[in-house]
Design a protein around this ligand. Structure first.
Ligand code: MSP
Length: 517
C-alpha cells in the first residue's frame, strides 16, 4: 500500500516536472567593448528565453566571455597591460550593456573562472582517454583575430578566408585531436538529425566540407602562455576555441545535478562565421568525450553599418549604449528583430531605426494604447467596461496568437512582430471605423472600448519577449496584472471594472537623426 502511494507520488512529481530549455550564446572575446552585432545575438536569445519561460519551461540561458588566446594577449600587449587586467576591465562593460538591454541570462561564465579551467581539463582527459589526442607538429597559417587555423589552400589571396585579414605562418610542436576519425559519425549524425544545422540554407556548405574530408585539429599552442595549461604537457596551453566550447559544459557545473538536468543544449545561437566550430569540431569533441550532442545550432546573419562591415579601424561599431540612451532598449530590440529576417544579413542605419520607431511604435502601437485609454477615461469612468459583445478583433487576436507563437518557435522573429503589429493596425482601424465618439448607445460604446483594451492586453503579452518594458508599461496603464504567461493568451480575460491609469505616451516620435553627429 505504502509502495503504491510512493509510486503514485513519484508519478505525479514527474508529471509536474517542467520541460527544460538550455540556450546559449557565443561567449564573446573581450579585446574590445560590445557593439550592435553582439547585442543582436543576445536580444534574440533573450526573446527565446522569455518565450520559453512564458510557456512555463525551466530555462537556463547562458552567456559569457571568452578571455584567453593570442588575440587577447596581443590586445593587452598593445595597451601595455596584462591580459588579466584587460579582461577585468572589459567584462563589466559587457555586463553593463546586457543589463541595459534587459537581457535575462541565468548565468554569465568567464573562461578565466577557475571552475571552467577544471572542467576543461576533465573533458580533455576524457578525449585523451578515448585515444583521440596525439603529439605532432603543426605547419600552416593562423588568423589571430579569428583564432583560426587555415591551410595554404584555404587562404584567399594569401589572407584569412573568413575575415580577409592578414594571417601568420605557424610551425610549432602541438597536440592534435583526431577530428578526421569522426567524419562518418558526423555525416551520419547530420543525416539523422535533419534540423541540427539551421537555417536549412547553411547546411550544404558544412556537409560538403565534411564530405571532402577532415584534417586533425591542432588543440594546443606553445608560442604564448595566456590560456589553460594542457594537462599532459605543461609547455602547452589549450587552443582557445577548444577551451571556449567547453564553457557550455562548465557553466552547468559538470558532472553535477545542474548538468544532469540541463544537458544537452536545446539551442546554441550564434552568427554564421562560427558555425563550423559548433557543427563540426564541437560535436566531434562531444562524441569523443562520450557526451550527448546539442539539439540545434542556429546561425543568424551579420549586421553591417551603413553598408560597411563593423570594424574597429573604420570606427563604425555602433555603441548599443548610445542607441539605448536615445531610443530606449525596447525600440532598439524591436528594430533589430523587425528589420531583418532572422538568419539573413542586415544593414543598420539610424534613419531606418527612426522610421520604425515613428511609424510602428509611435503611430501604430503607441497611438492605439493612448487613444483606447482616452476613450476609457472619457466614456467609461476610467475603468474597463463590461460587455459580452465580441468584435472581429477577438477572432483576429486568436489567429495572431497562433501565428506569432508558431513564428517564435521557428525563430521567425520578424514575422512574429509583423503579425502582432498587424493586429495593432486592425485595432486602430476598428476604432476609426466604429467612431465611438459619435456613439449614443452605451452598450455599443462599452463593446468598442472593451474590445480595444482586450486586444491591447493580448498584444502586450505577445510583445513581452521582444519588448519587456513596454509590455509592463501597458499592463500598468490598463491595470491588469503583470502576468505574461502563455496561458493568459486567450480572449476575454481582461476584467471589467479594472481601473486604467493612462500615463505618459509609450513612444515619442523622433524628428531627426541624432547619433554620430
Ligand atoms: N569567442 C568566440 C565564440 C566562442 S563560443 C564558444 C567569438 N567571439 S566574438 O566576440 O567574435 O563573437 C562572435 C559572435 O558575436 C557572432 O557569432 C555573433 O553572435 C556576434 N556578432 C559579432 N559581430 C556581429 C555582426 N556584425 N553581426 C551579427 N552578429 C555579430 O567568436
Amino acid at each position: 500500500m505504502a509502495d503504491k502511494k510512493a509510486a503514485a507520488k513519484r508519478k505525479s512529481a514527474k508529471k509536474s516536472e517542467k520541460k527544460k530549455f538550455y540556450l546559449t550564446t557565443p561567449i564573446f572575446y573581450v579585446n574590445d567593448v560590445p557593439h550592435i552585432g553582439h547585442s543582436y545575438t543576445m536580444i534574440a536569445a533573450d526573446i527565446l528565453a522569455r518565450w520559453h519561460r512564458m510557456k512555463e519551461e525551466d530555462v537556463f540561458f547562458l552567456t559569457g566571455t571568452d578571455e584567453h588566446g593570442e588575440k587577447i594577449q596581443t590586445a593587452a600587449d598593445k595597451r601595455g597591460v596584462t591580459p588579466q587586467q584587460l579582461v577585468d576591465e572589459i567584462v563589466p562593460k559587457f555586463k553593463e550593456v546586457w543589463k541595459l538591454l534587459n537581457i535575462s541570462n541565468n548565468f554569465f561564465i568567464r573562461t578565466t573562472d577557475s571552475f571552467h579551467e577544471q572542467t576543461v581539463k576533465k573533458i580533455i582527459e576524457l578525449i585523451h582517454k578515448n585515444g583521440d589526442i596525439y603529439k605532432g607538429e603543426y605547419e600552416g597559417w593562423y588568423c589571430v583575430p579569428d583564432e583560426t587555423f587555415w591551410t595554404e589552400l584555404q587562404l584567399v589571396d594569401g589572407k584569412c578566408p573568413e575575415c580577409g585579414r592578414e594571417v601568420k605562418k605557424l610551425k610549432e610542436e602541438t597536440y592534435f585531436f583526431k577530428l578526421s576519425k569522426y567524419q562518418n559519425s558526423l555525416l551520419e549524425f547530420y543525416e539523422n538529425n535533419s534540423d541540427f544545422i539551421s537555417p536549412d540554407y547553411r547546411k550544404n556548405e558544412i556537409l560538403n566540407r565534411v564530405k571532402e574530408g577532415l584534417n586533425d585539429l591542432s588543440i594546443t599552442r606553445k608560442a604564448f602562455k595566456w590560456g589553460i595549461e594542457f594537462p599532459f604537457d605543461k609547455n602547452h596551453v589549450i587552443y582557445v576555441w577548444v577551451e571556449a566550447l567547453i564553457n557550455y559544459i562548465s557553466a552547468l557545473e559538470y558532472p553535477g545535478k545542474k548538468f544532469k538536468k540541463y544537458w544537452p543544449p536545446d539551442l546554441h545561437l550564434m552568427a554564421k562565421e562560427i558555425i563550423w566550430f559548433h557543427t563540426v569540431i564541437w560535436p566531434a569533441m562531444l562524441m569523443s568525450a562520450g557526451l550527448e550532442l546539442p539539439k540545434k545550432i542556429f546561425a543568424h546573419g551579420w549586421w553591417t553599418v551603413e553598408g560597411k562591415k563593423i570594424s574597429k579601424s573604420l570606427g563604425n561599431a555602433v555603441n548599443p549604449l548610445d542607441v539605448v540612451k536615445m531610443y530606449g532598449a525596447d525600440s532598439f530590440r524591436y528594430f533589430l528583430m523587425r528589420e531583418v529576417s532572422f538568419g539573413m544579413d542586415g544593414d543598420y542605419s539610424e534613419q531606418v531605426l527612426m522610421n520604425r520607431v515613428n511609424s510602428d511604435l509611435a503611430d501604430n502601437l503607441g497611438n492605439l494604447v493612448n487613444r483606447s485609454l482616452v476613450l476609457a477615461e472619457k466614456y467609461s469612468g476610467g475603468a474597463v467596461p463590461k460587455t459580452d459583445k465580441k468584435s472581429f478583433l477577438a477572432e483576429k487576436s486568436e489567429e495572431t496568437i497562433k501565428k506569432a507563437s508558431e513564428y517564435l518557435e521557428e525563430l521567425k522573429f520578424h514575422r512574429a512582430l509583423e503579425s502582432i503589429f498587424s493586429l495593432s493596425s486592425d485595432a486602430n482601424r476598428y476604432i476609426n471605423e466604429s467612431e465611438p465618439w459619435k456613439m449614443k448607445d452605451r452598450k455599443e460604446l462599452d463593446a468598442v472600448i472593451y474590445n480595444a483594451l482586450e486586444t491591447i492586453r493580448i498584444i502586450s503579452i505577445l510583445l513581452y519577449p521582444f519588448m519587456p518594458q513596454t509590455a509592463e508599461r501597458i499592463a500598468e496603464q490598463i491595470g491588469f496584472e503583470k502576468d505574461f504567461s502563455e496561458k493568459r493568451l486567450k480572449w476575454g480575460l481582461l476584467k471589467a471594472g479594472t481601473k486604467v491609469n493612462r500615463g505618459d505616451v509609450l513612444f515619442r516620435k523622433v524628428m531627426k537623426v541624432n547619433l554620430g553627429e
